[in-house]
Design a protein around this ligand. Structure first.
Ligand SMILES: [Zn+2]
Length: 365
């Protein structure tokens, strides 16, 4: 019996050691609890705030990491991650919760890389932009055939087709002259967008974000602006054509930072598609109007890319750990670019993770 007790004790100890990292899907109340748990564990370098509410009244909570949470320090860049804009694309939501726990733990452990990041950058994490859609998708669960269930918000609107269309202005200005950045919002913009979109636009306008990523699923590729091609629709068909921004080199570099630090994105073959280097110009893949990444760039000069992170939009719980390990380095390196790439034109590193290729269904954003 003493032997058995000792084994039980060791199992208990092992469980305690591995318990903090839990790879599971989080409903809204669990998501909120996780954000506050991280805040309680790292109270001096985090802050939880809400940028508004969804159609059904759920808060759009953000967790901020900074050495002075809630305060903008001169020359300290602001950066953001947005997950779960499509309610049925859930991996980004879980990865951002893992990232929040990871940043807090590593900061507490004195990991110099994370300490540098938290002290030099203000990181804002919005794990779910569409909490209403998520609950609909989660009720259906993984392994379902309802491919689009929960994608839209509670009013049935696709939030990544809901931002003011500033591309039309920029394409006109490129031909005829006029500003090519900080384009103003239309006067009646609030009446044209959903509550979730309005909250995010006001968020973008209240912080001087310089770098951002929007986490989706349905493919594995890093997608950079423009998303909308010059001739978006030609005779009823979508006109797909490579449509670079004036900052194309930097956008490609940022996309490659993510794809090469990711476990398998850079290999190019994923989910039945091939993207050289694991990156693509949005409009050359398929043209999309009123998307969030073009809006960020044209309205605020925030460099946002769209990360497609999994073939399955709602991966099974057992896959979450492998996905976290495949994305962890990339999520950190991307944040580090806010000081490396944007301010000094430097440098992405060789991939540090090499995991087997993810096989799944052919799906799109
Ligand atoms: Zn999506």
């Amino acid at each position: 019996m003493p032997g058995l007790l000792s084994v039980s004790f060791h199992l208990l100890l092992l469980f305690k050691l591995v318990a903090p990292v839990t790879f599971r899907h989080h409903h809204y109340d669990q998501l909120v609890r996780t954000l506050y748990k991280v805040h309680n564990e790292c109270p001096y370098v985090t802050r939880v705030y809400s940028i508004g509410r969804s159609v059904k009244g759920r808060h759009l909570y953000v967790l901020e990491f900074s050495d002075y949470p809630g305060i903008h320090e001169p020359l300290e860049p602001e950066v953001k991650y947005v997950g779960n804009m499509h309610g049925n694309e859930v991996l980004g939501r879980e990865l951002l919760l893992q990232l929040a726990e990871f940043l807090c733990e590593e900061f507490r452990n004195g990991n110099q890389r994370i300490v540098r990041l938290v002290e030099g950058t203000r990181v804002h994490i919005l794990p779910s932009m569409n909490p209403d859609g998520y609950e609909v998708a989660a009720a259906q669960g993984a392994d379902s055939s309802g491919y689009l269930v929960g994608r839209n918000n509670a009013n049935g609107v696709d939030l990544n087709r809901n931002f003011p269309d500033l591309n039309t202005y920029i394409y006109y200005n490129e031909k005829h002259g006029g500003p090519n950045h900080h384009l103003p919002l239309p006067d009646n913009w609030k009446s044209q967008v959903e509550p979730e979109t309005q909250a995010v636009i006001q968020w973008i306008r209240s912080f001087n974000f310089v770098l951002s990523a929007n986490l989706h699923g349905g493919a594995v590729v890093a997608n950079y602006p423009y998303d909308k091609s010059l001739e978006h629709r030609v005779r009823g068909f979508r006109h797909t054509a490579d449509t670079p921004t004036p900052d194309d080199k930097l956008f490609q570099k940022l996309a490659k930072v993510y794809s090469y630090a990711h476990g398998w994105m850079h290999q190019g073959w994923n989910c039945g598609d091939y993207f050289p280097d694991g990156i693509t110009n949005g409009a050359s893949w398929y043209s999309l109007s009123k998307g969030m990444q073009d809006f960020n760039y044209l309205h605020s000069n925030c460099f946002e890319i769209t990360l497609e992170l999994s073939c399955d939009k709602f991966p099974r719980q057992e896959e979450l750990q492998r996905e976290w390990l495949g994305n962890r380095e990339a999520l950190i390196q991307f944040l580090e670019q806010v000081t490396m790439a944007i301010t000094s034109g430097c440098c992405f590193q060789v991939p540090t993770l090499s995991l087997p290729q993810h096989l799944g269904l052919t799906q799109r954003q």
